[in-house]
Design a protein around this ligand. Structure first.
Ligand code: HEC
Length: 159
């Protein structure tokens, strides 16, 4: 039994690089979130939430509803252009990437540079990497919290 279990676990560890790779992935830490080894506190996340309200929420929802743009629930590691009932622009669909933290940084710095012709009418955080990273911390923390909640809901109940 033990041998079978180990045989199953080894390939997974080899793929992910084990605990070190887990640490490198964005993860929740208390009320905060760790991204690339940097802790964004609850205060940073609140700041990101208010920037989101000011600069993104007129188009994007976080309630699985499309407004003037596709909803952003679960955006961390979500394949791009994957909200089924949203009509994405042609250049955007052609990109075909995944929303890693790195791609979010590039996108939000200047969407038109990353995907020329995109319909996201937002100039980008050209002067404030701090504002950009706070919004990302907010979105990533929401994404991870939802994931954790879903995992809990689908986990078999304790006897
Ligand atoms: C004026 C409306 C508008 C604003 C403001 C806006 N966006 Fe967008 N966003 C869009 C549209 C439209 C798209 C789809 C782009 C396309 O199809 O070319 C998009 C796409 C995206 C995507 C990719 C979604 C996917 O399903 O692949 C992300 C991530 C994103 N926006 C984040 C943000 C964030 C964060 C902000 C605030 C800093 C923001 N956007 C501000 C309209 C907007």
């Amino acid at each position: 039994m033990r041998t079978t279990l180990l045989a199953c676990l080894i390939p997974v560890a080899a793929l992910t690089g084990g605990a070190a790779a887990d640490e490198a992935r964005p993860h929740l830490h208390g009320d905060g979130v760790v991204i690339d080894g940097t802790l964004f506190t609850a205060e940073d996340i609140d700041r990101g939430a208010s920037i989101f309200m000011r600069r993104c929420s007129q188009c994007h929802g976080l309630d699985h509803t499309n407004y003037k743009a596709p909803w952003l629930n679960g955006i961390l590691n979500r394949p791009s252009a994957s909200v089924e009932d949203w009509a994405y622009s042609e250049p955007f669909r052609a990109w075909g990437g995944t929303w890693t933290v790195e791609n979010l940084r590039t996108w939000l710095s200047k969407p038109q540079d990353m995907i020329p012709g995109t319909e996201m009418n937002f100039g980008g955080f050209r002067r404030s990497a701090e504002d950009r990273d706070s919004v990302i911390a907010f979105l990533v923390s929401r994404s991870l919290a939802d994931e954790a909640e879903e995992a809990e809901e689908t986990a078999p109940a304790d006897e």
